[in-house]
Structure formats: structure tokens, C-alpha cells
Design a protein around this ligand. Structure first.
Ligand code: ADP
Length: 532
């Protein structure tokens, strides 16, 4: 990878050296990364374009505490240096730790890595940005606390980073933003705010309802700091799931491609009536197979895998064309009743194969997907990178889908057709959350192949455009298309983005915090907006 740093826009090398010297005096020289190998982690490891310098950082800073963050902000405001905050920077497939605006200084909060408090009775934790899902899980296990975390696909990411991006997991607490309660935020002007009940200056944390009751008094702000560039989140409360007495992990394999519609409709009923309360996952055959073996076992060609190869693979592996993976949690007798209801609901679907495994409370399932549903972080999602051989990478297209079988079938066929046109397999699935589904399609490519990487990026753009024409929008986007995605939310000539920019300019007049994140550009850098 070409890891040459670039200068902040409009800044001379001499001036930037002076700025870096000021940063060094705040965080100490070892905590300023200026180039070479030290800066590599701040480039996008999965860049869907030929030249990773489009999102190159100028340097990275690793502050130790809030005072250092505030001092950094003073320098950044005075010198007009754009900062890009990351917690652990594992936002792979959406840009990693790389900034939207080339030449930004990455503010890496990984050294703020304390689990500040956990309350087992009221089932919450208060964490700093550098705490990963593995860390929090380890903390709970070491202390024998009967609480579960809700891991996202890759457990090494930050709890705060994932929650702020509105990531999701697989247990009953799968909607991470919904399980968030209370934040401490450093604003661009250095002010430190605690949201909700944290605004009570009680002088003690005892009896605090900061991590219990979200709204507080007056306007609520927490959501304003998700997928935004309005502040630097330094603490966050989150609700944890009390460890259940028992659980069941089920898989139902469906034989046919067009079963997707009935799966989605049936699952919606089961979720809305409360039989299945977690984020159930509907995986396409290829995604299911990728957790078992590489593509070349069934097809070594260049274009998309043909239907005959997919059918052979399905038979070989004993998997479905669609595979529904779900969990039931609670008292064993309730679980048994729920499982009967699930089986009855899917019984009318011909050739569906039901499998289930039962666990007592403290038991640990094997296999990454099952472990995630049991609140155990894993890295098994990275197996997908082996699907096409070589050094795998992926970018994700993530449209929101109504939990309606017709919409799911429509999105599926739209994505599959367009992906095939660009030479990609439909590697995808749906995570179901009651009224909506997160449809996630991954364009898997070999990262050393610039042509393939660019093609993956082009496909993403085509998919976003197709989806918009059909009335769908993405919930998250790679750096490359943050502006394009924002422009698609175009009601009343882009009133939403105008509002976002008004708030941005009020909170961050110098535009130092994450310019361009989610398409929100501060006045100071607005001319840098651009989408391909
Ligand atoms: P993860 O490692 O969990 O995937 P990242 O640390 O890469 O998460 O964060 C994902 C994105 O969330 C970042 O690119 C940034 O835009 C935003 N972000 C992360 N941490 C913070 C924070 N503490 N304050 C404000 N924004 C943040």
C-alpha cells in the first residue's frame, strides 16, 4: 500500500511541521504518527478505488485523556486543521480509520480504553472509546458478571465506534444505537457535555440515572452525535442483556430462491408478536457457504457464480438457498413453546429444514455465528475474505429494506442482477429487526487488484443509484460515497442536509471536526464536497 501522508488542504509543509510540534507538546512525540509504517493503520485497508491517497491522513494523534483532546482542539481551531475521530478505527468496508477529507489528522482514541463502570443489577456499562467488544466481554467474564455484550460481526471494533455508526449485532440487544444511554462529548470549542441525566452535576456517580433514562430534561442530544461530526464522544453508557437462563439457536434452511418473500413475511410476524426478539439473520447461500470453504471448490471462473454451481454447492454443503439463523432466550419451557410456534409458522414452506441446538445459561456454542448470538465476540466474519482467494477485501452496500417480502425480493433481484453485470457474486443477507431489515451486500475483491477494487467501487455507486430509483436509501456508506448517499436524501431540495449543515456551522465554526462525514461539510470546507 502507498502510505504517503498528505498535507492538510491549503497548508504548507513548514506550517504543518509547526502544528505537529504543537501536537507533540500535548500528547508526546511517540503519540504523533507522521508517516511510514506508523501511519499505515490510518489508510483504508479495503479501498474500493485504485488510489488510497484519496483518503490519506496527514498524521495521527493518540491522546491519553480529555484534557489532551481539548488542547488538541485549541491548536486545531487556531490553525484550521481538520481532525477525524476514530475510537479503534476498525470501520472496515466503510473506510477503516481513514478520513473523508484527505490531509485530515486522525484523532485516535484507542488509549482511552477503560471500562469505567458496570452495574450488574441494572444491567449497564459505561465505557471509553478504546474499549472493544472483546475488552468488554473479557471484563464481564473475569468478574463473573451475568451480563452479555451484543457483538457486531467483528469483535475487535470499539463499542462506542460501532454504536455511533449505528452498527448492529445478533442478540436481543442487536440495535446498538437503541441500547445506548448517556454520553460525554467534547464539542469543537472544547466544552465537555454530558447528555441526558448526566447533566445533573450530582458530584457523585452513586444513584446516577445517566445510563438508565435516555431523555433527561429538555431537548435530547444523544442521537445528534451518531453518524455525525458534531462532537468527540469520550464516554458512553450502554445497556447490557442479562444473561438468560437458557437459549436455543435455530437454523432453518430454505430450498428456493423465491422463498425469501415468505421467510421475511413470516419472520416479521414472529418478531412483531415477540416470539423472536433478537436480530435474526437471513443469509444467502454464498454467504452461508463462505463460512465453510472457498469459492474455487465449486467455481473458479471470473464472472458471477452460475446457478448450477450454486445448486451443487448447496447440495454438497447441505445448506439452503436462504438460511434463517435465529435465537430464543429465556426460561427453557418458554423457549420450547416459542420454538414450536416458529416451526409451525414456517411449516407451510415446502422443503424447509429445521435445526436447533439448546444450551443452558453458561454454555458456549461453537462456530462464530452461533457464538455471536450467544453474546460472544468473534472474528469469524473475516473468513469471507477468503471467498475469492488472494488478499480479500470488501465494500458493503447496505440499503434499508422494509420487512415486507415483496421489498426483500425486489432488493435482492436488483442487487443480484447489477452485481452479476459487474462480475460479482451476490454475497449478502438480511438482518431482521421487526419492521425493517438491514440488507447487506458485500462486493468481495482482491485488494492487490486495482482493476477489481475500482470495479467494486463502481458497482457500489450503481447499486446506490438503482436503490434510490426504487425508493430505497442506505443506512451507512463508505467514505467514497458519503456525499452521494447524503444527496439521495433529497426531500425538499435537500432540507435534511441543510439542517445538518446549519447545526454543524453553529457547533463547529472552524469546521475542524470530521469535515465531510456523512456528507456534512462545514462552511469552511464546503467546496471540498464532491461525489463521483
Ligand atoms: P470501529 O473500530 O468500532 O469499527 P471506528 O473507531 O472505526 O469504529 O469508528 C467508526 C466511525 O465512527 C469513525 O469513522 C468516526 O466517524 C466515528 N467515531 C468513532 N469514534 C468516535 C468518537 N469517539 N467520537 C466521534 N465520532 C466517532
Amino acid at each position: 500500500m502507498n502510505a504517503d501522508a498528505v498535507l492538510p488542504p491549503g497548508m504548507s509543509a513548514a506550517r504543518f511541521s509547526r502544528v505537529l510540534a504543537a501536537f507533540e507538546s500535548i500528547v508526546g512525540a511517540p503519540n504523533v504518527r507522521r508517516g511510514g509504517a506508523a501511519l499505515v493503520p490510518y489508510f483504508d485497508p479495503f479501498a474500493p478505488l485504485a488510489d488510497a491517497r484519496a483518503f490519506a491522513p496527514s498524521a495521527a494523534l493518540l491522546p491519553a485523556d480529555i484534557d489532551e483532546i481539548r488542547a488538541i482542539l485549541r491548536v486545531a481551531n487556531a490553525a484550521r486543521v481538520p481532525l477525524w475521530t476514530v475510537s479503534t478505527g476498525r470501520n472496515f468496508a466503510y473506510g477503516g480509520a481513514a478520513p473523508r477529507l484527505a490531509g485530515s489528522v486522525v484523532l485516535d482514541l484507542q488509549r482511552l480504553n477503560r471500562v469505567l463502570d458496570v452495574d450488574e443489577r441494572l444491567a449497564w456499562a459505561l465505557v471509553e472509546p478504546g474499549v472493544s467488544y472483546f475488552d468488554l466481554y473479557g471484563y464481564l467474564r473475569e468478574r463473573g458478571l451475568k451480563l452479555w455484550v451484543d457483538p457486531p460481526a467483528a469483535g475487535w471494533g470499539s463499542v462506542i465506534g460501532n454504536t455511533l455508526e449505528r452498527g448492529f449485532g445478533y442478540t436481543a440487544y442487536g440495535d446498538h444505537a437503541a441500547a445506548q444511554c448517556g454520553m460525554e462529548v467534547v464539542l469543537a470549542n472544547g466544552d465537555v457535555v454530558r447528555t441526558g441525566m448526566g447533566g445533573l452535576d450530582a458530584g457523585t456517580d452513586a444513584g446516577s440515572s445517566w445510563p438508565l433514562y435516555k431523555p433527561g430534561y429538555g431537548p435530547s442530544f444523544d442521537a445528534l452525535f451518531t453518524q455525525s461530526n458534531y462532537g468527540i464522544v469520550t464516554k458512553m453508557g450502554l445497556w447490557l442483556m442479562p444473561a438468560p437462563a437458557a437459549f436455543l439457536i435455530g437454523e432453518i434452511q430454505f430450498a428456493r430462491e423465491d422463498d425469501l418473500g415468505v421467510i421475511v413475511d413470516t419472520l416479521r410476524t414472529l418478531q412483531l408478536q415477540g416470539t423472536i426478539v433478537q436480530h435474526a439473520v437471513i443469509e444467502g447461500a454464498i454467504r452461508r457457504a463462505a463460512s465453510i470453504g472457498p469459492r474455487e471448490r465449486w467455481y473458479a471462473g471470473d464472472g458471477p457464480m452460475p446457478e448450477t454451481a450454486i445448486a451443487a454447492m448447496q447440495r454438497d454443503l447441505g445448506i439452503g438457498r436462504w438460511n434463517l439463523h435465529y435465537a430464543l432466550y429465556g426460561e427453557p419451557e418458554v423457549i420450547e413453546a416459542q420454538q414450536r410456534i416458529v416451526e409451525r409458522a414456517f411449516a407451510p414452506v415446502a422443503d424447509a429444514r429445521v435445526m436447533s441446538k439448546r444450551y443452558a445459561g453458561g454454555e458456549e456454542p461453537q462456530g462464530g455465528a452461533d457464538r455471536n448470538m450467544a453474546g460472544i465476540p468473534t472474528m469469524s466474519a473475516f473468513r469471507m475474505l477468503d471467498w475469492r482467494g488472494g488478499e480479500g477485501a470488501h465494500v458493503d452496500f447496505s440499503p434499508l429494506c422494509p420487512a415486507d417480502g415483496r421489498d426483500a425480493l425486489r432488493q435482492y433481484s436488483l442487487v443480484k442482477t447489477r452485481a452479476a453485470e459487474y462480475g460479482f457474486d451476490y454475497y449478502g443477507g438480511f438482518t431482521a429487526a421487526g419492521r425493517y431489515l438491514h440488507h447487506v451486500f458485500a462486493a468481495i475483491f482482491v485488494r492487490t487488484d486495482a482493476r477489481q477494487a475500482t470495479r467494486a467501487g463502481d458497482l457500489l455507486r450503481a447499486l446506490m443509484s438503482d436503490a434510490r430509483a426504487a425508493g430505497y436509501g442506505v443506512y451507512r456508506s463508505h467514505l467514497l460515497y458519503m456525499d452521494y448517499a447524503a444527496a439521495q436524501y433529497s426531500f425538499n431540495d435537500g432540507a435534511l442536509l441543510r439542517l445538518a449543515q446549519t447545526v454543524k456551522d453553529a457547533l463547529d465554526p472552524q469546521g475542524v471536526l470530521a469535515p465531510g462525514k456523512q456528507g456534512v461539510w462545514p462552511a469552511a470546507w464546503r467546496e471540498m464536497r464532491g461525489y463521483t
